[in-house]
Design a protein around this ligand. Structure first.
Ligand SMILES: Nc1ncnc2c1ncn2[C@@H]1O[C@H](COP(=O)(O)OP(=O)(O)OP(=O)(O)O)[C@@H](O)[C@H]1O
Ligand SMILES: N[C@@H](CCO)C(=O)O
Length: 295
């Protein structure tokens, strides 16, 4: 029996649609695996009632199939589904790390990112790896077709999760199919600024680098209260705010001394709009870890 904790993540960070991701300190999924003749899944925790236990429809079950590693899989959800905090990815990442160790498969973490992305494909229709990469590797990650980079960074973040659901499938449906050249140039400038900010542990550059004009406005329209929450976060000292993943969570960067105020301002702004919300204060966190191994 083996247990792995895999963290929530925030994908895109505005300018890095389907490319950038970052591991958060919390929340996290905890996945326990035991060898079995065929895969079965049991889900408890946040939003468990919305998550299929059929292995073909659960990201962890798809990972077990991809690794040819049948197991009884217990998923304790810390990351609520349809949150924009990489819920389906956290289970996929934890299962990949756990089953790779349980069956001694010897895959590298980079190989496990590809396996876990197949789990994501099963639920969202596309194998984007920008949540599973940081959930497995930790840090700030850059995913391309030809590989994945991970760098450690020390930048305070606030993820604010309102009590509304937006499915990744729906949020991918509103992404424009084309963009104007000046918006593309702007996005490249932002993405480079954000990457430099992560390298330098500079919250101002990270926040400025979140600015993006094509995907974010289309997604923001699906999130009640978006403009008011961004404004409140900025007034409280956020250096940048954007949609986390496919939403409805928002992610903000800030200096350490402003983190508490930014978190409160975001929650209050959602509440002023009649929407309950909670904030997670985080830094750029670690990736999936084995927390129990009973041989
Ligand atoms: N192990 C799992 N954990 C969570 N959701 C799962 C899992 N397996 C399948 N799903 C399904 O995946 C969907 C949730 O994934 P979705 O990508 O919409 O949310 P998310 O992972 O929180 O968002 P994002 O990718 O934007 O951060 C739900 O339909 C849920 O039933
Ligand atoms: N890059 C993905 C992350 C959500 O799974 C998206 O924004 O659709």
């Amino acid at each position: 029996m083996l247990t792995v904790r895999a963290p929530a993540t925030s994908a895109n960070l505005g300018s890095g649609f389907d490319v950038f991701g970052v591991a958060l300190d919390r929340p996290a999924d905890v996945v326990t695996v035991e060898r079995a003749d065929e895969t079965t899944i049991e889900v408890t925790g946040a939003g468990a009632q919305y998550i299929p236990e059929n292995p073909a429809k659960n990201t962890a079950g798809v990972v077990a199939r991809e690794l040819d590693a049948p197991a009884h899989i217990r998923i304790d959800k810390g990351v609520r589904p349809s949150s924009g905090l990489g819920s389906s990815a956290a289970s996929a990442a934890a299962a990949a790390v756990a089953l790779n160790a349980l069956y001694d498969r010897g895959n590298t973490n980079e190989e496990l990112v590809r396996v876990a992305a197949e789990g994501e494909a099963a639920v969202s229709g596309e194998a984007h790896a920008d949540n599973v990469a940081p959930s497995i590797l930790g840090g700030f990650t850059v995913v391309r077709d030809d590989g994945v980079l991970s760098i450690n960074a020390d930048v305070p973040l606030v993820a604010c999760l309102p009590e509304i659901a937006v499915s990744t499938r729906d949020a991918r449906g509103v992404v424009p199919r084309s963009a104007e050249m000046d918006d593309i140039v702007h996005t490249v400038g932002s993405a480079a600024t954000l990457t430099a900010g992560m390298q330098r542990d500079d919250p101002m550059l990270v926040g400025r680098g979140m600015d993006e004009r094509v995907v974010t406005p289309a997604r923001a329209a699906l999130i009640d209260g978006y403009d008011a929450v961004c404004e409140a976060a900025s007034e409280a000292g956020a250096t940048g705010v954007t949609v986390s993943g496919a939403g409805p969570a928002l992610i903000a960067a800030c200096y350490p001394e402003r983190q508490r105020a930014v978190a409160s301002a975001m929650v209050e702004a959602f509440e002023d709009d009649g929407i309950d919300a909670r904030a997670y204060r985080s830094t750029v966190g670690r990736g999936a870890e084995i927390i129990e191994n009973e041989g």
